[in-house]
Design a protein around this ligand. Structure first.
Ligand code: AMP
Length: 183
């Protein structure tokens, strides 16, 4: 199996910018992954009952030669290698890597739900995905992602933080990094 995946990337511990970069480099370095596109980074307020610092978030789009389950296992290895402490649910994250979409797949299995079950309620997932593809439609509900974003109030704060040049995460390996990393 192979497919195109949107991966949600986030960090709010230590040097969040470096953590996101290192995490994405590790993803792209995998021989089964090919870089497709990268959103800007955004500074976002935590959506959590736990008091903690703001996050940096972005979305990374890759082609993955393997199953979604293999992708999840690999992302969890990267999170662990970069020192994520799973102690507090919804707590601070050195690096959080989620599968947001995998093609138009709708999957409900123990430990893996695709699309990510909360992405349509979270600006930190919606905004970066829509930057990469403004026409994205939620495959489970059949609604454009842009509609979910419009319906969210002002409570969740999100501000552009900056663009990451695609070569900073090693996308040159794939030889297909678009200008400025978007698209
Ligand atoms: P979190 O701590 O919020 O990153 O959640 C991690 C847990 O969510 C893991 O136990 C995963 O098995 C589970 N999970 C379910 N669906 C997904 C998904 N689409 N992407 C990442 N983790 C997922």
């Amino acid at each position: 199996m192979a497919g195109v995946a949107y991966i949600g990337v986030g960090s709010n511990v230590g040097d969040a910018f470096e953590n996101c970069l290192q995490g994405m480099r590790a993803v792209i370095d995998n021989e089964r992954a090919t870089f497709v596109a990268l959103s800007s980074l955004y500074r976002t307020s935590p959506v959590s009952p736990v008091v903690q610092s703001d996050f940096l978030n972005c979305a990374l789009k890759i082609a993955w030669r393997g199953t979604p389950r293999e992708l999840l296992s690999f992302l969890q290895e990267v999170e662990a290698a970069l020192g994520r402490d799973r102690g507090v649910r919804f707590g601070p994250r050195t690096l959080d890597l989620d599968i947001l979409f995998f093609d138009d797949l709708v999957l409900d299995t123990p430990g893996l739900t695709i699309p990510h079950p909360r992405l349509h309620q979270r600006k930190f997932a919606l905004v970066p995905c829509l930057e990469i593809d403004p026409g994205l439609v939620h495959p489970r509900f059949g609604r454009p992602l842009a509609e979910y974003l419009r319906e969210l109030g002002d409570e969740q704060k999100i501000a552009p933080f900056g663009k990451v040049p695609a070569d900073r995460i090693g996308s040159a390996k794939a030889g297909d990094a678009p200008e400025g990393g978007g698209g």
